[in-house]
Design a protein around this ligand. Structure first.
Ligand SMILES: *Cc1c(COP(=O)(O)O)cnc(C)c1O
Length: 381
């Protein structure tokens, strides 16, 4: 999170009926859509990513409808669980924790659905637990090839503003995200982007709850309708600043920065891996996210390393998420690096240097040359 975002939020309560806050909204809508690369619509909610999941499903599906969930880690399964809790029939194709979606298997499942019972495909762009990045454009091509009318819904909660994402060009009908990852604002706002096809699906539903209904939020006649009640006042100021920072840098440059920094992280991890005990979860760089990297060490070294760098260096690494069941000692063999949002080369070198120091302190076996390899990437050598 940039200090500028936090500073923008640090202010007295604004007027919530008129003035600056209300005048800010059209520009926020435009700039959010520029990050998502869509000309269509966006609805905002006070909530987290789970709220965006429920909001998106509530607007285009009704109990009894079938959805297809190609899962590549924890978050696809979570969106599926949310769908089931709303009374939807959920077909899961689980690709495990180390591989991206296999488009041939998805094509088969869609072809087998000759009666078009499947109303939507729920696809996670970047699974934050496994750090797998899926090819959403290829998924659209599969739907088109087999001529299946299901809506394409994408979870970009981890990836938006980090990994390249083109909602319009890739034919995504509904996209969900939150404000607290690539958008660099404290947790508390969720966004659902949708195109005209998804809006038509909304119009066919007999009812949508007043709170989740995206129509008044996307097409408000009065200011309070943007947020279904009181606006998330200070978050809006933070978001305004974050979007200005993103567009001042340029979204393509934001993506390029994340790619460069991710390549530096991977170069270090590959060097550490040569000792055999350290490993990256995703083998093929083409399937890796630029926002987060999931790693493994022999248990319990991952937990030992996290504890040491947190206590000694004030560096917080991510826990392994969804990689082993609670109570399984294997859980202490997983950890993750977050490199999303307001990051630069200096921060990434600090992260990698901290891990190197931690592995030396804990006598965890690792290959040499990691920091040099990362520095070479950042130097463009
Ligand atoms: C973080 C995340 C979520 C959940 O978001 P919350 O804000 O924790 O509810 C869902 N999907 C993905 C891909 C995420 O990274």
């Amino acid at each position: 999170m940039p200090d500028a975002v936090l500073r923008a939020m640090h202010r007295a309560a604004p007027n919530i009926y008129a003035g600056e806050l209300t005048e800010m909204m059209p520009g926020l809508v435009t700039d959010l859509k520029r990050v998502a690369r869509t000309d269509h619509h966006v609805a905002m909610y006070i909530g987290n990513g789970h709220a965006a999941w429920e909001a998106s499903l509530s607007n285009v599906l009704q109990p009894g409808d079938r959805v297809l969930v190609p899962a590549t880690g924890r978050f696809g399964l979570g969106w599926g669980q949310m769908a089931r809790s709303l009374g939807l029939e959920v077909d899961i194709i689980d690709f495990g924790r180390q591989s991206p979606m296999d488009m041939d298997r998805i094509a088969e499942a869609l072809k087998a659905d000759t009666g078009h019972q499947i109303k939507a495909v729920l696809a996670v762009h970047v699974d934050t637990a496994t750090s797998i990045r899926n090819n959403i454009a290829a998924l659209r091509a599969v739907l088109d090839d087999v001529d299946h009318p299901a809506l394409l819904m994408a979870d970009c909660i981890a990836s938006l503003g980090c990994d390249v994402f083109e909602m319009g060009a890739w034919g995504v009908d509904v996209m969900v995200t939150g404000c607290q990852k690539g958008l660099m604002v404290p947790p508390g706002m969720a966004f659902v982007f949708f195109n005209d096809r998804a809006e038509a699906a909304r119009a066919r539903l007999p009812r949508v709850s007043w709170y989740w209904d995206w129509s008044p939020r996307a097409h408000p006649e009065e200011f309070f309708q943007y947020h279904g009640g009181t606006a998330p006042t200070h978050h809006l100021y933070g978001l305004r600043t974050a979007l200005t920072m993103i567009h001042d840098e340029g979204i393509e440059q934001v993506w390029a920065r994340h790619m460069l920094l991710a390549r530096a992280v991977w170069a270090a991890c590959e060097a550490w891996s040569t000792a055999g005990t350290f490993g990256m979860n995703v083998a093929d760089p083409a399937n890796r996210s630029c926002a987060v990297t999931a790693l493994r060490l022999q248990s319990p070294h991952a937990t030992e390393l996290r504890n040491w760098v947190e206590q000694e260096l004030g560096l917080t690494l991510g826990i392994g998420l969804g990689m082993a069941e609670p109570g399984d000692p294997a859980r202490d063999g997983f950890f993750r690096l977050g490199h999303m949002g307001h990051t630069n080369g200096h921060m990434i070198m600090g992260l990698l240097g901290g891990i190197e120091a931690g592995m030396r302190a804990m006598k965890i076996e690792h290959g040499p040359g990691a920091l040099e390899a990362a520095a070479d990437v950042i130097a463009g050598a």
